[in-house]
Design a protein around this ligand. Structure first.
Ligand code: PRX
Length: 631
């Protein structure tokens, strides 16, 4: 089939199109209506249908592939490799589900998962969807203040965590951060379920903290059936950053998500049942949810869960896994490739990569040199794909499962089936139909199955943030700039808001600013994202001090900079730590007091800051220019 026709049908006859895709999963009860869009922008998919994510990911495969690999856990941090078949995964998920139930978790409750990349994290996620509870996974790299705000928003009955993670051979203790987060939060979870890896101290709070290994022992043979839920029943929430400091809980449904993932594995990621999928992401991010856990498993594939760095013990470690487990689809981020690029390319040639159909990359712009280097080194197709936490699966890519099409360097590809993607003028909302015109990448409602249902407990914020940012129209904004060429290929040109992308990690500059402002000597601060060769972007902070004498000498300034970075480390986590914190006496603002972030960013990147007629104090930008130039 021609991709163009496939896409056209998905937009013009969505009911027929998605009813066909819905056959890819199991339904306990068939749906009556494919899409109810009677209250835009809220879309309800497969209304009347009942299903279960965990059933589709695990139980339904028991008949045909009980003894085939399901979860392949590899840790180069603790030197452990453990393979769970579908039957073993089924058993472990039930043990975890029974344990959660024993701690009082019921359908509709939230379970916050704050864990390193260990099998129990996967068991916990699947156990939640098994019993109709919502998981809310918080990335293990986040620290107590980030975690506390997510605890308060999700209001979990139970938190599942572990003593520690490990990165580059260094133990990263979790329990202290978790205890501090619970101390800071107004909502207190009834129970905390702890997995002890024996890596770090794990002080237990009596009456609240429960050791998982002991509880698991009591439920070795407990059967926990899947709870059939409505297709529209929320399966999970996942927090992501936006323009304001408060993270948004992206809420996902059940049936639409399962169908979207199953279809994407077939049409985009070229995976088949019985094969192996390897995504190098983390379960704390959306790629981990969709393409470490649910997507591959729903498709009956084995999935590799990898704890460790791409270059430890050496740069061949990922490729040795591709060879060993005959990985057919691999998913990573450009940042990881840029890390590998600094190593000897011979590492890639050591292994037989012939099983690999393609390497898929997403999360940040894929620059041409990186794309070319990895394509040459691997000798396999490289496929860029563009999407967001909000959508849960690709918006733009090349759907080689439908029709082979060439990639273009710098472009993630064309609009994926189900997505009616438009470029709109930011101020008038008018559609830019001509080629190579820059506009906001927007999606006409309804969003296809699998995309966010709403912002957790905040429908109004969902509508206001995502659907009303472009004047005159109810249309979903991605908050990315883009252009489209004559052939329908899109090019993404960066965010329209204050979100930055550091090594594929999405961060809000406002959150970082709030954290830095909590330092007693900081009066005001501006954080911007600045282009970086390795990480794509890094955060750069410019602060105005209350007491400038504390930074009077270069040594004192450096000491204070270190102190401020420590504040960010402790509150948000090292992922959010700015590359530099520089001190200025005034920040560039407009006469009405708005920070000129774009001008700061331009100066940091040695670009023209543009129109500065509204600037209140031109010397403010000069100070930043001087700092950047090292004057
Ligand atoms: O700015 C876009 C960028 O990452 C943002 C979404 O990040 P996140 O919610 O973490 O989801 C990542 C899912 C892969 C987008 O708004 N982005 C993502 N993929 C690409 C990209 N920018 C350019 N090219 C991409 N392939």
């Amino acid at each position: 089939m021609r991709f163009q026709d496939f896409h056209r049908q998905s937009i013009e006859q969505p009911d027929i199109f998605w009813a066909e895709q819905a056959k890819l999963i199991d339904w306990e009860r068939p749906f009556d209506k494919v899409c109810d869009y009677s209250k835009p922008p809220f879309a309800n998919w497969f209304v009347g249908g009942r299903t279960n994510l965990c059933h589709n990911a695990v139980d339904r495969h028991l008949k045909a592939r009980a003894d085939q690999n399901a979860l392949i856990f590899v840790s180069t941090e603790v030197d452990r490799e453990q393979v769970y078949t579908f039957a073993q995964l089924h058993a472990e998920v039930q043990r975890m589900a029974a344990s959660l139930q024993a701690l009082g978790v019921k359908q509709g409750d939230r379970v916050l998962v704050y864990m390193p990349m260990i099998p129990e994290a996967a068991f916990a996620m699947l156990a939640c969807t098994r019993i109709g509870a919502l998981h809310s996974v918080v990335f293990g790299g986040f620290a107590s203040v980030s975690l506390a705000s997510r605890i308060d928003d999700a209001q979990p009955t139970v938190i599942v965590s572990a003593d520690a993670g490990s990165r580059g051979g260094k133990v990263v203790p979790y329990k202290g951060l978790l205890d501090e987060a619970i101390r800071l939060s107004s909502h207190k979870p009834a129970k905390v379920l702890m997995v002890n890896r024996g890596l770090a101290d794990m002080p237990m709070t009596p009456g609240r903290d429960v050791d998982y290994s002991a509880l698991r022992e009591q439920h070795l043979n407990t059967t926990v059936p899947c709870v059939w839920v409505d297709s529209t029943h929320p399966s999970y929430t996942l927090y992501t950053s936006g323009t304001t400091g408060k993270p948004k809980g992206v809420q996902r449904d059940t049936g639409g998500y399962a169908v979207a993932l199953a279809a994407s594995i077939k049409h985009i990621f070229l995976g088949k049942p019985g094969e192996t999928y390897f995504s190098t992401s983390d379960i704390g991010w959306v790629v981990g949810h969709s393409y470490i856990i649910y997507g591959p498993l729903i498709a009956g594939m084995a999935t590799i869960m990898y704890e460790g760095l791409p270059i430890r013990p050496d740069a061949a470690v990922w490729w040795s896994l591709v060879e060993k487990y005959k990985v057919t689809s691999m998913f990573s981020a450009p940042t990881a490739v840029r890390v590998l690029k600094k190593q000897d390319p011979a590492a890639l040639k050591k292994h037989d990569l012939s099983s690999l159909r393609a390497l898929f990359l997403a999360g940040e712009p894929l620059d041409e040199p990186t794309a070319k280097w990895i394509a040459d080194a691997l000798g396999r197709p490289i496929i860029d794909n563009y999407w967001q936490t909000e959508t849960g699966w690709p918006i733009l890519t090349i759907c080689n499962g439908i029709e082979q099409a060439p990639s273009k360097f710098g472009s993630p590809g064309k609009a994926v089936y189900g997505y009616d993607v438009k470029l709109l003028d930011e101020s008038t909302g008018e559609e830019l139909k001509g080629a190579n015109q820059k506009g906001v990448v927007a999606i006409e409602g309804p969003l296809p199955p699998g995309c966010m249902q709403t912002v957790w407990r905040d429908d109004e914020r969902f509508v206001k943030t995502y659907w009303k940012s472009i004047p005159g129209k109810l249309v979903y904004s991605t908050f990315d700039w883009g252009i489209r060429d004559d052939d329908g290929y899109f090019f993404i040109l960066g965010r329209t808001d204050d979100v930055i992308n550091v090594a594929g990690h999405r961060l809000g500059t406002r959150e970082i600013e709030e954290s830095i402002s909590s330092h007693p000597n900081v009066a005001e601060v501006a954080v911007v994202g600045v282009a970086d060769q390795l990480k794509g972007q890094v955060a750069m902070a410019f602060a105005v001090l209350k007491d400038t004498s504390k930074a009077a000498t270069p040594e004192a300034a450096l000491k204070l900079e270190g102190e401020i970075m420590k504040v960010v480390d402790e509150q948000l986590g090292a992922v959010a730590r700015p590359a530099r914190v520089r001190f200025v006496t005034v920040l560039p603002k407009t006469r009405s007091g708005k920070l000129l972030r774009r001008a700061i960013q331009a100066v940091c990147e040695a670009r023209d800051p543009g129109d500065l007629t509204t600037i209140e104090d031109p010397t403010a930008l000069q100070q930043i220019k001087d700092l950047v130039a090292g004057r």
